[in-house]
Design a protein around this ligand. Sequence first.
Ligand code: FAD
Ligand code: GLY
Length: 390
Amino acid sequence: MPAKGALVAVTADVVVAGGGVIGTAIAWRAAAAGLDVVLVDPEHGDAASLVAAGMLAPASEALFGEGALLRINLLALARFGSFAAELEEVTGRPAGLRREGTLAVAYDPGDYAALIRLTAFRRSAGLDAEELDSRACRKLESFLTPDVHGGVLFAGDWSVDNRRYAAALREAAAAAGVRTVRDRVTEVLVHDGRARGVAVADGGTIGSAQIVVAAGCWSGEVAGLPAGLRDVVRPVKGQLLRLRHPDGMPPVLAHTLRATVRGADVYLVPRADGEVIVGATQEERGPDRTVTAGAVHDLLHDAMSVLPVISELILAETCAGLRPGTPDNGPVVGGTGIGGLVLATGHYRNGILMSPVTADAIVACLTGQPPAAEWAPFTPERFAAGAQAR
Ligand code: FAD
Ligand code: GLY
């Protein structure tokens, strides 16, 4: 085994640690910009990117007090269409982008009052939101229960088939010349305040002056990150179901449907191939990825309360993934204070949506350009040791 810091065998302009949608989008765009890129990922299928629902939903996920996050999510949505079009052109694969919009519905009067309060905030932030009574909701989605109290249409919120999208990203990266190493980065090797490469679990090293750590909720496990950045990302568990229409059954849903049912949130995301995603829990359970009977029950119960017809769909898959959460719910994107070491993580509930703009920002960083102004609140600096508490 080579001594630490003795950089041998493989070298590259850039090493990307992590092959979820964030790392793979970065690798593709960096290679397309002319850089020689090595992507390192153990590929155990653990990535949150393969579990996610694929909603591209800046408006219907906007929450009180998250204005900066809303601005980056809006930038992300504005970029997604052209990014997906280029991806489809390069690979010849559909990414499964759907532009039908998102209908948020409320089950009872209390749920409706909460939805209307949130809608007032979202409108005050300049977002489009059309209030609809129960009948108008059912005009849009004929299988909705008449019990639904009312809803709001967020026509600008889209979705993408995240598994198809991730597969297309991998193909585009390979076509652009990205070399993939099936391994785990254990450490970023640093000399004289500059990154020089990475060590991988099999004992080898990869020499590179630029390292991007994009390992989702596992990013903090990579040794060599500066103090303050090691504990920034935590796993936030999400359990989710994949339903499928039986052969010959017409689609039961056209829009993404978000519902509040007696205070509990559930979403249903239709795919062109007949899949319907039902999600998701949000749980602070560390790295646990088990699927529980209670979560499957609750998700199905709440989803069937608003769209009873889904009881006829096939329960094709149950799964759980780990969102990379951060203390302020914002991503962590940019330089770390160690020369050449860059972070791209912490995308929490919106990593699919933010993958194109994250790739743009990181490629800007790698090529000495400024990233878009919307990234300013999301630099790693805000968590670095000694940074002021926010
Ligand atoms: P991941 O996809 O987790 O990938 C990290 C990769 O790093 C993995 O492939 C792993 O193998 C690799 N890795 C780990 N350690 C190392 C190492 N040491 N060296 C090298 N590689 C390593 N987002 C949306 O935009 N819309 C949604 O609708 C949505 N729904 C979601 C629903 C659920 C249930 C969940 C769990 C998430 C959802 N998300 C959604 C969030 C989204 O999935 C994440 O923000 C996004 O996938 C994060 O991507 P990532 O590439 O950073 O991490
Ligand atoms: N953005 C949806 C989720 O994280 O569940």
